[in-house]
Write a protein that binds this ligand. Structure first.
Ligand code: DQA
Length: 150
């Protein structure tokens, strides 16, 4: 049995569905979990799906993923723009890392244009709403040699 794909979500993503819906849409994080699960299962993989508002907890999970994950999909949310510590943790991960964002951060405020996490990610998918997550799962499957991709 292959190791699961870790899907990690940063601060405020627990509020998806009610938080700035003009930017992030009306789909909840729980619904995104379902989309990720379906996509991963179709490729023969499980997911571990988590969200935290705390930088240290996200770093602990990235460290856990070093041993337990086949790949990491991460929406670092605001920490992507600020956290060198999260970058350092991701750099210590040997499995593929795919960064995703619901919104297109390149089209938003200048302070969102830079992501530390991108320096450790194999690829970035952004701007497609929940589809960003689904495509990130597909990418993780392909990068880890899953025989079927939805
Ligand atoms: C986000 C974009 C970030 O700039 C922002 O801080 C978020 C969400 C996205 O998914 O579009 O919290 O990561």
């Amino acid at each position: 049995m292959s190791k699961p794909i870790y899907v990690l979500n940063g601060p405020n993503l627990n509020l998806l569905g009610v938080r700035e819906p003009h930017l992030y849409g009306s789909v909840t994080l729980e619904q995104i979990r379902g989309l990720c699960e379906a996509r991963a299962n179709a490729g023969g993989r499980e997911i571990v799906f988590r969200q935290s508002n705390r930088e240290g907890e996200l770093i602990d999970w990235v460290q856990e993923a070093r041993e337990k994950a086949s790949a990491v999909v991460i929406n670092p949310a605001g920490y992507g723009h600020t956290s060198i510590a999260l970058l350092d943790a991701l750099k210590a991960v040997d499995v593929p890392v795919v960064e995703c964002h619901l919104s297109n951060i390149s089209q938003r405020e200048p302070f969102r244009h830079h992501s530390y996490v991108s320096l450790a990610a194999q690829g970035v998918i952004q701007g497609l709403g929940p589809l960003s997550y689904e495509l990130a799962i597909d990418a993780a499957l392909r990068l880890t040699g899953a025989d079927r991709v939805a």
